[in-house]
Ligand binder design. Sequence first.
Ligand code: SF4
Length: 366
Amino acid sequence: MRVNLLGMTRQTLRTWVAELGEHPYRADQVMKWAYHRGAASFEEMTDLSMSFRDRLGALAEFKAPRVESVQQSSDGTRKWLLRLDDGNAIETVLIPEERRTTLCVSSQVGCALNCSFCSTATQGFSRNLNVQEIVGQVWLAHHALAEEDPDGPGITNVVLMGMGEPLLNFDNVVEAMNIMRDDMAFGLARRRVTLSTSGLVPGIDRLREVCDVSLAVSLHAPDDELRNTLVPINRKYPIAELLAACERYVAARPRARVTFEYTLMAGVNDSPAQARALARALEGVPAKINLIPFNPYPGAAYRRPAQADMQKFVDILHRAGYTTTLRRTRGDDIDAACGQLVGRVQDRTRRQERFRARLQNEGAPE
Ligand code: SF4
């Protein structure tokens, strides 16, 4: 089996190249060819010796997940369904905007955190993605854009906000983000890589020690009572503890702010009183607020609020002095909007439940 160089940091690749008896600097050349110039094979890497290219061809490859399908929304949003080697599937979404192109990347197959409004949560959890599966999502989108427009800006921003809780796959996610940020790879500035978490306090503190990316938090409620029902991890890490961790995260980063994601659901968390409570809760935290209209999916228990109600919510936060955006929903026609990434994940939890239910219906002993 050939070694997949896609999941290797520059340092690991240098070590690997040195073990082959080559100067470690050759690793930088290989990365430049692969990431910057889009070389499809080692043959094309003409500033490497022929014998080294032959060895690379025999020993190594850059292998991303297999593209099973690509859907394009009428608003330009694009969604890839990717098949992994073990048969699992994940989704990745590209959101082109006027001044940036954002890729929303998955970090796990499914998710175990069971947020009540989230479509991914309905599938249960299968496993963590490895580094190459995370970086591979950026690689595929990067190459697709480069093919269409070689002189275009390509991907300008990456958000780890797809399927899964990235802080529960800490080591692989951090390593993948380091590759995204490496100048020899995708070269994204720290502000352009955002990790979005549902609020794992120890993970936020750990991230602060090892990484310098932007932080987003899925808040969705202004108080613990409601957040406990929407984001169950809140029972373990309530809002006060979460906000304290956010303050610690930005304390050492001048001008940094935490983005708070807040999905607006009709009659649940969208009242003017809740907007005022949110403003009070975030007092003192360097914050931006990103309001997301709920995207209904089959079987969802929630509804999207009326536009006028959402606007009222925005206005209250603006008046309280917060930078607040009401996100335009994107990719509705291809189920690519936030919270709708489902893939065709192997659903062990539900399969087990179905199996037990069938046994009970059939009167068989469990
Ligand atoms: S919202 Fe995020 S953390 Fe919560 S269940 Fe969905 S994928 Fe997991």
